[in-house]
Design a protein around this ligand. Structure first.
Ligand code: MG
Length: 401
């Protein structure tokens, strides 16, 4: 995205460069913008396009599955079944898993009970592939039935829904008993079907719902549950109600008496939501204030490592940057003193001596304007006037004829 102003460039200028005449373009290209959009507010601890905001974690993507070949999970996935064994699973009685593993696939052994992961987890992106037997037997819920039980509680239905009529909230991809899938993008029996599920458990505090929890489901890449709010576990014949879930639970797969096959099961843990301490998204005022204080303190600590009597600019800029997150009178005072020292050093210099400083001074002026505009510095901030005066005297704002 094109940079809209000079503030972004100045605030990331390395300490060694500010006073040595490197161009802003070169500096910007080497380090990227710090921030330049609207500043943090009561519900967002970060500025728009904030260069201090942590970078997303790098993930090496996997590959998509083919009918005869399971795909490769992404690099940060936790593998629940890779086709080799059932060491990560147990029966619902806590005994070793009794389903069959052969040729990279695990198959329900009817009557042995549902399978549970030994690992317990909550919010997740879950990937699972399943296939109904090629030979079609039974109908409605009696045909090739299984299920994915998130946290061992709510069931995302697995069913051979191909040319099979049943109640809508019991089809493949249904949030069972609660919400039908929006479509039935099901392949014929015998072929592997791919479920990708995003699950967010309900969050309650003191009996009050902070987040109802949601489930999103793609069947063979087609969206069938769109951020569907949770209404309890859902079950056969009985209407369940919204309510809290535990922090974690096992993933479980249903033995419904059919020899269903499974392969390539993995999940990725999801980051916390604001309601449970996450800092991305719309935060409460209290959480935002706390995070902004933390960011400001971190930047001030960094500023302390930039102290340099012969070049006050880097420390000054970092201190000013901290004011974007938290207005703090001693910090503003110190940054002001350093800014004054910067312009004192330039006093009495000739136009030729000042010429290399043109871009830096103009950028400083823009930083001061940014901070004044958003109430972080007073409108009568003296170095701002000094910068403006120098720019005017040197004719640096004049366009070339
Ligand atoms: Mg089922």
């Amino acid at each position: 995205m094109r940079q809209a102003g000079a503030v972004k460039t100045l605030l990331l200028i390395p300490s060694c460069c500010l006073l040595c005449g490197l161009t802003s373009a070169a500096l910007g290209a080497s380090a990227g913008p710090r921030f330049y959009g609207d500043p943090p507010d009561d519900h967002h601890p970060w500025a728009v396009h904030d260069g201090n905001r942590p970078q997303p974690v790098r993930v090496v993507p996997g590959t998509f599955s083919q009918p005869d070949q399971p795909g490769k999970p992404p690099s940060d996935a936790r593998i629940l079944f890779d086709g080799k064994d059932l060491s990560g699973w147990q029966s619902d009685k806590g005994e070793p898993a009794k389903w069959m593993v052969k040729d990279g696939v695990m198959t329900v052994v009817p009557g042995t009970g549902q399978l549970l992961t030994r690992e317990q987890f909550g919010d997740c992106q879950l990937h699972i592939e399943w296939a109904a037997p090629s030979k079609v037997e039974g109908d409605s819920q009696g045909r090739a039935n299984s299920g994915v039980f998130l946290m061992g509680m709510l069931e995302i239905q697995i069913l051979d829904s191909y040319d099979n009529v049943t109640y809508a909230d019991g089809h493949a991809g249904a949030y069972y008993g609660i919400n039908p899938p929006m479509a039935l993008p099901i392949r014929p029996p015998g072929e592997f079907q791919v479920y990708d599920i995003v699950f967010r458990r309900p969050i309650y505090r003191d009996g009050q719902v902070l987040d109802p929890g949601y489930v999103t489901v793609f069947v063979n890449g087609v969206l069938v549950q769109d951020h569907t709010p949770l209404e309890g576990p859902g079950t056969h014949m009985t209407r369940t109600k919204p309510g809290p879930f535990p922090e974690k639970g096992p993933l479980s797969l249903q033995d419904h008496g059919n020899p269903m096959r499974f392969r390539n099961i993995w999940y990725r843990q999801l980051p916390p939501r604001p309601a449970e301490g996450g800092t991305d998204g719309w935060l409460t005022k209290e959480a935002t204030t706390a995070k902004r204080k933390e960011i400001a303190a971190s930047i001030r600590a960094d500023a302390a490592s930039l102290v340099n009597a012969s070049n006050p600019a880097p420390e000054m800029l970092r201190l000013m940057e901290s004011l974007v997150y938290e207005v703090d009178a001693p910090t503003a005072l110190k940054a002001g003193r350093l800014a004054a020292a910067y312009f004192d050093k330039l006093k009495g210099k000739s136009a030729a001596e000042l010429a290399p400083m043109k871009d830096e001074v103009k950028q400083l002026r823009d930083v001061f304007n940014y901070l004044v505009r958003f109430g972080r510095l007073p409108t009568d901030f003296a170095p701002r006037a000094a910068a403006e005066q120098m720019i005017k005297e040197q004719g640096w704002d004049k366009k070339k004829p």
